[in-house]
Ligand binder design. Structure first.
Ligand code: SF4
Length: 300
């Protein structure tokens, strides 16, 4: 199984820039961009981000508003804040570099087991098996015979099986091989007919018999959702920061302008915008003094 998947990877490897860079910071940015995001968008965000902040030191020096501007409409902007905070912590506590130690990596903002494993694999060329949704699907089907392992198999069992399958010394090939296989062959509706490990797969007979994998979860409606309003508020604040005049308040808007530009017309909608602005401020994405609001942190 290992040999076949590695051979498949060697023939089909995606030349993503962070896989070639051997740079822990590039690996970190890629891993954070990849959370809940399609690969085409990851490439776009990654390129924009690395052009604006080529190194950890560049990112640490940047102000919060420009970090959020660069992140733009990529979604879940809390990720940009975590990257920014991580860069500043690395400068303050780790001599300006990402730490190699797994515990120290996990202690940084926004870095969980998956991101830490990606940094170690691609940045430090260490053997660390990351387990993302694609790997959960591939391993769960191959080993446990579940159609949708994310729903059916306890995560601890998938982690144990993934670690057992790991070929020592091959992390930089094996990890992306499993990820890419889950993204291109063993997809939610798997392409078993072209699969190089079908003869070893415990789920293959079930798919061959016509069973289908249930979706993990349906995405809620976007139109009219809190997510949509939150996105609009962030867009108004980014526009204001982009239009910044030279005066101290140029990068901000009054709350009246904010609610109007965010499309709030009723008292209930205006209250919702103010409530979401409060949450964005709590998350470090925006500031407000009760009269005006702006992107990132309030200017000194
Ligand atoms: S046979 Fe089908 S379900 Fe099994 S690993 Fe291959 S693509 Fe996935």
């Amino acid at each position: 199984m290992q040999r076949r998947l590695l051979e498949w990877y060697d023939a089909h490897a995606e030349p993503f820039p962070w896989r070639e860079a051997r740079d822990p910071y590039a690996a970190l940015v890629a891993a954070v961009c990849a959370q809940q995001t399609q690969i085409a968008r990851v490439l776009e965000i990654y390129a924009r981000w690395m052009a604006a902040f080529p190194t950890l030191a560049d990112l640490a020096r940047a102000d919060r508003a420009s970090v959020l501007q660069t992140w733009g409409r990529a979604g879940y902007p809390r990720r940009a804040v975590s990257l920014h905070e991580t860069a500043r912590r690395c400068v303050a506590e780790h001599s300006g570099a990402l730490p190699r130690d797994p515990e120290a990596l996990l202690a940084l903002p926004g870095i969980g087991p998956f991101t830490a494993a990606i940094v170690r694999t691609f940045g430090f060329e260490e053997d660390a098996p990351p387990v993302d949704t694609n790997i959960v699907r591939v391993v769960g089907r191959l080993v446990f015979g579940d159609l949708q392992p994310a729903r059916d198999t306890p995560r601890a069992e998938i982690d144990t099986a993934t670690a057992a399958l790991f070929p020592p010394g091959e992390g930089a090939r094996w990890n992306p091989a499993l990820m890419d296989y889950g993204a291109r062959i063993c997809t939610p509706r798997p392409r078993c007919e072209v699969c190089v490990v079908a003869s070893m797969c415990a789920a293959r007979p079930r798919f061959a018999a016509g069973e289908v994998a249930e979706p993990v979860r349906a995405q809620g409606a976007f139109e009219g959702s809190e997510r949509q309003t939150r996105g609009r508020v962030m867009q108004v604040l980014r526009d204001a920061a982009g239009d910044a005049a030279s005066d101290a308040e140029g990068a901000s808007v009054t709350l009246g302008v904010l609610t109007k530009r965010a499309g709030a017309t009723t008292a209930e909608e205006r209250a919702r915008v103010r409530m979401l602005l409060g949450r964005l401020a709590d998350e470090g994405l925006a500031w407000t003094d009760g009269r005006r609001a702006g992107l990132g942190q309030r200017p000194a």
